[in-house]
Design a protein around this ligand. Structure first.
Ligand SMILES: *[C@@H]1O[C@H](CO)[C@@H](O)[C@H](O)[C@H]1NC(C)=O
Length: 512
């Protein structure tokens, strides 16, 4: 009986979390961001939680427990920005990058705060057990968690970096962790590279503390005048879910409130559409899968590049499946198949796929690693160079920045990837690392979200670093204090020595 009582009480405790009300507020209008965030929320919905998603995109067939608060107009606006940006030439320098993202982020948050649908939603004053936002220099949006007095959970599409670290008191390590914007560096830096990295690290830190954060604070108070100082909200993060995994990223320290869930977006493969299944089954010499992701469109590629890529493909015995957004591609050889949309992960699961030509986006790279596929990374912008360099260093990829691709390089790299077995071997080794975990990433993310709800924001995970001023954290006050004491000792000794010496010497002087 006693046992039943205990089990019963335990079940009641679990039951209170089994169906939590979870709100996701995703202000980034980019499609790839929405896809990852909505996958995260769908996982929570599948686990039985009552999920509400505020976003700039909309599902045609939302799954069970998945309610949508659709902010229309925002994704159209971003598409217009991207259309004007010429994605193949978009590559902000480490100096401009933080400024660009600052303006992009504040503008999109303001568009959300200003949106009628959002305003109405906040007015309805529902109750939520947790609020999830996406970190992308996006402090102001954290206000929503405060509004609902709910634990704040931050999801980041990247590994721990200087966007997430300060708010968790996680050590920043510019000595061996390259800044997001200095994307040609890896974790193994020469002296000069460390100088470069430190310079941009300090630069980004100053911008973020002197410009970005105050701007977000003003933004919050413009729309919510009674809000507390943003520092009280932004540093009050219960949990950070990082799209990171040791099979792809290099190990760095993480405080207990930061959890790796890299690979969570890789779902169990679904059956392929019949036409694709047939193409893949019949590809006797294997399949090369070619996609530049959702922001960079293959159809906008310079014609000259497209032509030499097709020339190379026409000489291959492999079948090429290319995500190409136009219905026709002039000069397309017979072994090249184009589609405007393709179920990438389901295709990767087919045994005939042998190479992935990619833009080096993190989600795509993780899918390739999961399925043990070698990669040709043609990086365009953002973190893709960094991912490409790491993939190359891990031995399963060759990386060429898109701008540097010539006919000769493309042909040479492709032949190398197809002929040297080491790429496949390394890809499979990385795949084994990714699959070797105590818990599936999707289960882990659900577990930690429930954990935070169960423990009322889990304040016991919060490190004391967050209660220190920066000069206290860096021990600058202690160093100054020790220097002061040392100086005081040295000067006192000198004073004593001088006066003793004077006394000893002065009678002698009289004798002279
Ligand atoms: C900080 O988080 C806790 C736990 O989620 C919450 O109860 C509290 O209201 C938050 N503080 C602020 C200022 O939002």
């Amino acid at each position: 009986m006693k046992i039943f009582g205990v089990v019963g009480a335990f079940l009641v405790i679990l039951a209170t979390v089994e169906c939590a009300k979870i709100l996701g507020v995703f202000h980034l209008a980019g499609k790839s961001h929405y896809m990852a965030c909505s996958t995260l929320m769908k996982i929570l919905a599948e686990k039985g939680h009552d999920v509400t998603v505020i976003a700039a995109h909309k599902e045609k067939n939302p799954p069970k427990n998945y309610r949508q608060i659709y902010l229309d107009g925002l994704s159209k606006k971003l598409e217009d920005v991207f259309a004007n940006m010429k994605m193949f030439d978009f590559n902000p320098s480490p100096l401009m990058g933080p400024i660009f993202f600052h303006f992009m982020s504040t503008e999109f948050i303001e568009d959300v705060f200003n949106h009628t649908v959002f305003k109405e939603f906040l007015k309805a004053d529902e109750k939520f057990d947790a609020v999830i936002i996406e970190e992308f220099q996006s402090e102001a949006i954290k206000y929503v968690a405060h509004h609902y007095n709910a634990p704040l959970i931050v999801y980041s599409a990247l590994d721990a970096n200087d966007w997430t670290n300060p708010f968790q008191g996680n050590p920043d390590t510019p000595s061996y962790h390259p800044n997001f914007y200095v994307s040609h560096l890896t974790n193994h830096m020469s002296f000069l590279e460390r100088v470069e990295n430190t310079f941009f690290y300090v630069y980004a830190k100053l911008l973020s503390n002197l410009i970005n954060f105050p701007a977000h604070n003003r933004l919050v108070h413009k729309y919510f005048p009674s809000a507390p100082d943003l520092a009280d909200i932004a540093y009050n993060v219960s949990l950070v879910l990082l799209n990171s995994d040791p099979s792809v990223q290099e190990p760095i320290p993480k405080v207990p409130s930061m959890k790796d869930i890299g690979g969570f977006h890789i779902r169990k493969p679904k059956p392929l559409p019949q036409d694709l299944q047939t193409i893949l089954d019949n590809a006797k010499h294997g399949v090369i899968f070619f996609s530049l992701g959702s922001n960079v469109k293959s159809k906008d590629m310079p014609k000259e590049t497209r032509d030499f890529i097709l020339r190379k493909f026409s000489k291959l015995k492999e079948t090429v499946i290319w995500k190409f957004e136009d219905p026709d591609l002039p000069g397309k050889p017979d072994n090249v198949i184009i589609r405007s949309w393709l179920p990438q992960n389901d295709i990767f699961a087919h045994k005939n796929v042998k190479l992935f030509i990619s833009h080096g986006g993190l989600f795509s790279t993780m899918e390739a690693v999961y399925h043990g596929l070698p990669v040709m990374a043609l990086s365009v912008g953002a973190d893709q160079k960094l991912n490409g360099n790491r993939a190359e260093a891990n031995g399963f990829a060759r990386h060429i920045p898109f701008k540097e691709v010539t006919e000769h390089i493309f042909s040479e790299v492709l032949d190398d990837l197809l002929s040297d077995p080491k790429y496949k071997e390394n890809a499979q080794m990385r795949s084994q690392i990714m699959r070797d975990k105590p818990m599936e990433p999707a289960d882990a993310l659900n577990y930690w979200v429930e954990y935070v709800i169960r423990h009322k924001g889990a304040p016991h995970l919060r490190v004391a670093a967050l209660d220190l001023e920066w000069y206290q954290y860096l021990l600058i006050d202690v160093v100054l204090f020790i220097l002061a004491v040392l100086l005081a000792v040295v000067f006192s000794l000198r004073f004593l020595f001088n006066s003793v010496l004077k006394k000893k010497l002065s009678p002698g002087k009289k004798n002279d």
